[in-house]
Design a binder for this molecule. Sequence first.
Ligand SMILES: CC(C)(COP(=O)(O)OP(=O)(O)OC[C@H]1O[C@@H](n2cnc3c(N)ncnc32)[C@H](O)[C@@H]1OP(=O)(O)O)[C@@H](O)C(=O)NCCC(=O)NCCS
Length: 374
Amino acid sequence: MSMMVAPPGLSNVVVADTKVGDVNGDEGFYQYRQYSAIELATSRSFEEVWHLFVYGRLPDPGELAAFCAVTRALRTIPPELTSLLRTVALAGGERQLLAGLRTILSATALTRHSLPMWDSSPEQRVADALAVAAVTPTILAALHRIRSGEDPVSPRDDLSTAENWLYCLSGNEPEPRAARAIEQYLIATIDHGFNASTFTGRVIASTGADVVSAVCGAIGAFSGPLHGGAPDRALDALDEIAEVGDATTWANEQLAQRSRIMGFGHAVYRTADPRSDMLRDIAIDLGGPLAEFAVQVEKDVVAVLAEAYPDRSLYANVEFYAGVVMDRCGVPRTMFTPTFAVSRVVGWCANILEQAEDRKIIRPSARYVGPPVE
Ligand SMILES: CC(C)(COP(=O)(O)OP(=O)(O)OC[C@H]1O[C@@H](n2cnc3c(N)ncnc32)[C@H](O)[C@@H]1OP(=O)(O)O)[C@@H](O)C(=O)NCCC(=O)NCCS
């Protein structure tokens, strides 16, 4: 049988058809279903866009109310997992909450007696997908609070996803401006093409496994710093630059040490990252010295990268301003990547549901380059 050799990293290889979304890296544009993602983020609620991902269309007011009622009722962690939650929270480090999320989500799948998608109806798969996305923020916030020596806060069903996320983190109702900024961030990060975590989730879904297994695999892929794990590192970098006092010197030093500058560059965009542009506006609107500093640092670092890689277009990516916005809205630094997971789980679920419709297993090949059999 003849084999095709894919390029490293499967770059530019189309491996599936999808109606979930698309990214146009050359034009700096991405879409959710048939809508501009940035337009949705600036004009819609998280729940409207979540509905769009699950059912393929924006809801009318009645559908939205019903969707909110269903998903809000799914926010609570099953009470039989209370002691496991505490054990897991205290076992991990402050930066290991995604590992804790995987563990507790697996346990929730057991309590729900979730079936493999191969054996379940489309309605059951949707119910499982809504359950996993709805409970994810509650689990993450509870793990964080227990680790910080505080009791978890019960989710409230009178709050939106963004408000409830900030409420469960701090125990206080958020300011409307902060809640809307976080909501826009959440919407803008629901989905982004066939990135590593989405692809991983779809590979697992293609085996007919259950929704939570596919989501847990996606979380594992997402936890790496080259994917979802950079917004806190980007803010750490801003702190370092503030200490050094000069972004250009700092960036040149990083490149001399062959270090990656977190929050810059993108595997797909060859233009500015549209999410970064939106978040810059939000950061400037929220105001404060950190936003002003970040705008200057962005200019300096982009200039250094342009000189070092004249053939590449390297700009700030979503994670650079994500950290600035989240910091301003009171999200603790260790919760930046978990906040990204709160939204991305909705995108993973839509991709997983779509993949489950196609009953063909994803099973590529590898070329053996080791020593021959002796
Ligand atoms: C996102 C990322 C993994 C994309 O990687 P990629 O597709 O391999 O990037 P490119 O092909 O555009 O890289 C071209 C060159 O620019 C360099 N480069 C890219 N991003 C860089 C960065 N942030 N800092 C320093 N150098 C960078 C690469 O090392 C590469 O150089 P090389 O050919 O000497 O190895 C990469 O830009 C990166 O590591 N960024 C920092 C981490 C980050 O912010 N992640 C969040 C992504 S949303």
